[in-house]
Design a protein around this ligand. Structure first.
Ligand code: NDP
Length: 255
């Protein structure tokens, strides 16, 4: 049996996607909008966000919002500005997809650049905490919010030469589990971790330069899983890790 998301699954939902300009985040933003969500597109390259905006509007999706933000540099003041704008424009947040991340270096840890380590930890972990922490009042205004953390198999079990990327995802998973535990009986916000597995994007090509991209699934194949976890059908899922490469075909599209 495969998951069949309703065409208007995300109607009236306000969903923020980080790293919405490219790769999996871009496809998720377009897909959520196709299922009638109002998507807030956060990313660091404005032209890419504008292209996604145009594509959503051209497909008659609900008008998205654009938030140019570099998660490596954004501080509390900048994120609070975003929170204020969301309060004024929407009054709540029904979904938060933590998707943006950077790969960093693939070298032994005793060769790892300390500056690079700090950048990767900032984007992949600390900024994820900061955004979640400051967006909580808006998430609490929703009666059925979802927070999705994007991890990786090296986040579950760090492996040699994956450096700060593995450690940042491991720490981010720790935060996601702590948050899920704290909210389990006190809130309707549902928190889950999603591991997309090998997917045809620029990041994957950088991590595995010798791999033939045609052997990988595209971001589109992941979208039933993303829709399930972002929409009302996943009301009972909380504190779980969903590994796209292990869940079989039920939540993945056939290509
Ligand atoms: P991409 O590199 O293709 O896209 C990442 C997106 O994040 C880009 O839009 C990028 O912006 C944005 N981003 C990066 N740094 C920042 C920053 N400092 N501030 C704001 N936005 C930023 O990655 P994928 O689509 O492959 O990955 C998406 C998620 O899935 C990541 O969390 C990744 O770790 C995870 N993942 C991916 C796998 C894969 O095989 N692809 C496997 C396992 C996990 P810009 O376009 O401007 O560079």
């Amino acid at each position: 049996m495969s998951y069949e998301p309703a065409p208007d699954l995300l109607k009236n939902r306000i969903v923020l996607v980080t790293g919405a300009g490219d790769g999996i985040g871009r496809t998720a933003a377009l897909t959520f909008a196709r299922h009638r969500a109002t998507v807030i597109l956060l990313g660091r390259t404005v032209e890419k966000l504008e292209q996604v905006y145009d594509d959503i509007v051209a497909a008659n999706g609900p008008e998205p919002g654009i938030v140019p933000m570099d998660l490596e540099k954004a501080g509390q003041a900048e994120i609070n500005e975003l929170v204020q704008a969301l309060i004024e424009n929407y009054g709540r947040l029904d979904g938060l997809l933590h998707n943006a991340s950077i790969l960093g270096e693939r070298v032994p840890f005793d060769h790892y650049s300390i500056e690079q380590w700090q950048r990767v930890m900032q984007v992949n972990c600390t900024a994820v905490f900061m955004l979640t922490r400051l967006l909580m009042p808006l998430l609490r205004e929703s009666d059925d919010a979802r927070v999705l953390f994007t991890s990786s198999s090296v986040g579950e079990t760090p492996r040699a030469y994956w450096g700060a990327y593995a450690v940042s995802k491991y720490a981010m998973e720790g935060f996601a589990k702590l948050m899920a535990d704290e909210l389990e009986n006190t809130s309707t916000i549902r928190v889950n971790i999603l591991n997309p597995g090998g997917t045809r994007t620029a990041m994957r090509a950088k991590a595995y330069p010798a791999e033939d991209p045609n052997t990988l699934k595209t971001p589109d194949a992941l979208m039933p899983l993303y829709l399930y976890l972002m929409g009302p059908d996943s009301r009972e899922e909380h504190g779980r890790t969903f590994r796209a490469d292990q869940i079989g075909d039920s939540l993945l599209s056939e290509e």
